[in-house]
Design a protein around this ligand. Structure first.
Ligand code: PMP
Length: 411
């Protein structure tokens, strides 16, 4: 069945209150989904239900509200376990999101197990949050950071990757899908090759969570990172999935309440997984509401979502390609619904501002991927990223806006 007909787009849009407003006098067209996507009513309602009905600190309370809050919090852990198909629920650690998840692994696993001369491999497609934490730990441990080059269409060069792998490689950290270009990386093959070399693999799933099926057991990745706010959930939370045997041997990342078994001034013993990595009061309300984001995605199904969004992407690419002044950046066949582009002679910030005047929200700049922009010889792009609530009519508006900008700016 054609996804466009199978999905009731008006019914989906009705679930997103934020979409129904005017910006600069025009109906909002939200194409900044790769930065953060919008929240359905059930997620927003879960936040107020929590604060109005059972706000309490979790785990140590014996009163009714504390038990209710703890139950709801732990239900999300189970929901996320199923969402990524983890074998054990204690392999799901709540963090503030992908950035913190990667920093946790770099600080804990990296500090504990990297030695002088070891190597960490990242790709040229990475977000700064999957580069800088590795630079910090490599500096500290005198390890080397190696980079897999990216082709001119924005794809991972698998042969170059094979050549970089050696017995010195201890960690490979790559994204599942690129935020700037949308490229979906061949993560299963990347993981398999890294394991053959004896390295562990971290996958940055920020751009995959709302779009692609994630099965950490099938992928056999060692770590997988997700941000809630990029999968219709609230900001300020996310998960780190880690294989149990690795998390068990890793030292704590932060010290404090919750992550301990017993504290004396002579010696402290640490809590079991997952609490060993969850020091302090977590972001309870947002974790609770994240379960509703999972329910929202499951109610449509990742296959349907991908089919619908791919159709939007193909439509946008066709229309953008027909504008001679537009240069598409990132043209892999295998992408999530993200399209970056530049227009010769017009700065991306100006394009973003002029589109905003028409109520169209796109992202402009380097998208926290400066090395990737360098490899294309550009400073930044305009990025339109699509979601399940976007429509072809909205893409027509974008195209009309771009055509007017090109005409207006003609010398
Ligand atoms: N990696 C990728 C690929 C991303 O797109 C982002 C967010 N733009 C991040 C990491 C960082 O995620 P967060 O800001 O949610 O921690």
């Amino acid at each position: 069945m054609n996804a466009t007909t199978a999905i009731d787009i008006e019914k989906i849009r009705a679930q997103f209150p934020v979409l129904h407003q005017k910006v600069n006098g025009k109906p909002l067209i939200y194409f900044d989904n790769a930065a953060t996507n919008q929240k359905p009513k059930q997620v927003i309602d879960a936040l107020s239900k929590y604060y109005e009905g059972y706000n309490a600190n979790i785990h140590r309370g014996i009163h009714t509200l504390a038990e209710k809050a703890t139950k709801a919090f732990e239900e999300t852990r189970h929901a996320m376990q199923q969402f990524v198909n983890a074998k054990h629920v204690e392999e799901i650690i709540f963090t503030r999101g992908v950035t913190e998840s990667i920093n946790l692994v770099a600080s804990s696993y990296g500090r504990a197990f990297l030695k002088e001369g070891d190597e960490v491999i990242v790709s040229g497609l990475e977000h700064h949050s999957n580069i800088v934490p590795w630079q910090i730990v490599c500096d500290e441990k005198k390890a080397k950071l190696k980079v897999i080059p990216i082709s001119e269409i924005g794809e991972f060069n698998i042969d170059a990757y094979r050549k970089l792998l050696s017995t010195k490689t201890k960690i490979v950290a790559v994204n599942h899908a690129s935020n700037s270009l949308g490229t979906i990386n061949p993560v299963k093959e990347i993981i398999h090759l890294a394991h053959d070399a004896g390295a562990v693999v971290l996958i940055d799933g920020a751009q995959a969570a709302a779009h692609l099926e994630i099965d950490v057991q099938d992928l056999d990745c060692d770590f997988y990172c997700i941000s809630s706010h990029k999968m219709y959930g609230p900001t300020g939370t996310g998960i780190l999935y880690g294989k149990k045997h690795l998390l068990e041997k890793m030292p704590p990342y932060m010290g404090g309440g919750e992550m301990i078994k017993e504290v004396t001034f002579a010696k402290t013993t640490y809590n079991d997984l997952p609490y060993k990595f969850e020091a302090g009061t977590p972001n309870i309300a947002d974790v609770v509401a994240l379960k509703e984001a999972v329910n929202f995605i499951n109610s449509i199904g990742k296959d349907q979502i991908a089919e619908y969004e791919n159709d939007l992407l193909a439509y946008a690419v066709e229309k953008l390609s027909a504008i001679p002044a537009v240069r598409l950046i990132g043209t892999s066949k295998n992408k999530v619904a993200v399209q970056s582009f530049v227009i010769n002679g017009i700065h991306h910030f100006d394009i973003g501002q002029m589109l905003d005047a028409r109520g169209i929200a796109v992202r402009t700049g380097h998208h926290c991927t400066q090395p990737l922009m360098d490899s294309f010889g550009i400073e930044g792009t305009v990025r339109a990223s699509f979601s399940i609530y976007n429509t072809k009519e909205e893409i027509d508006e974008l195209i009309e806006g771009i055509k007017r900008i090109v005409n207006f700016m003609k010398p």
